[in-house]
Design a binder for this molecule. Sequence first.
Ligand code: NAI
Length: 331
Amino acid sequence: MHNITLIEGDGIGPEIADAVVRIIDAAGVKINWDRQSAGLDVIEKEGVPLPSRVIESIKKNKIALKAPVTTPIGKGFRSVNVQLRRELDLYANVRPCKNIDGIKTPFCDVDLVVIRENTEDLYAGIERKIDDDTMEGVKLITRKASVRIVKYAFEYAKKMKRKTVWAVSKANICKLTDGLFLECAREVAKDYPDIEYKEILVDALCMQLVQNPAKFDVLVLPNLYGDIVSDLTAGLIGGLGVAQGANIGIDCAIYEPVHGSAPDIKGQNLANPSALLMCAIEMLKNINECEAALKIEKALFKTIKEGKVLTKDLNGNATTTEYTNEIIKNL
Ligand code: NAI
């Protein structure tokens, strides 16, 4: 029996979390889910969006599966996601991005991994009001965090037998901040002579990703560029419904999809649970449930390839429940 923290989130979160729990259960994996709520609804009852019980649960279990949590735009509380990553020092955000047989996209040979620094940059939320018409934000980049994330990217490349690590920056303009990131990347690269090291500016990367994504392999980026680029790369393989991710730290890991809480389709039984399911598959591999992980993966890919029962975002007309039932049938 595994003890795993489950954050069901809000918006479509509870619907996709329910689907994934059902599929894992049907595959025969015994998990004791430690269900922890966080976000807007929790504020009303407990006064804060991320109560300490959530952090304690993840620290105890070391592993969490997390559905999305809404963050108010422009005002309101600080992102639960950012806080979780900060409090648990989940410094590496890993987002593999590979074509899936059966999902038609303009490209058929995408196979890359976005590795995003998760703790600093403009995402640290260091902002202040100078006056009503002027706001200021700090882009914080440190040597410690940059070296750590680039090392992670090279170690990942080594472990996964990848050939090239691309350091992505805007160091031509942000000479000090992105300049430091790049300096660290060059230093770390010297320790990995068997892996090719390349550099690209983030704007050039965006253009080339939509022209020839096959040329890219492992991409390592500061936080904000990583956030934006990973939505772009999700689009290359069929959209947010199939884009998985994980936040990795030294002691703990939180597996969560790239997408958000999709308030526009909340409660309509339309959400695609595949991204969260793919996160769960990676999680199962990590807790030595490889056989079950591969069985679920096969059932998921079979369902998508057959194309008979697909959610709306994949050009089908099935509900979340029907799609989940089909995956369970294919197990
Ligand atoms: P979003 O990812 O929630 O939605 C963008 C579009 O993709 C929407 O049209 C949505 O319906 C669609 N979509 C997303 N996931 C889908 C799925 N599984 N199946 C089918 N369609 C899907 O991005 P948006 O609207 O910018 O953000 C909504 C909220 O989510 C915001 O409060 C944001 O801060 C939060 N968010 C939370 C994240 C997390 O908890 N890790 C990550 C990203 C955003």
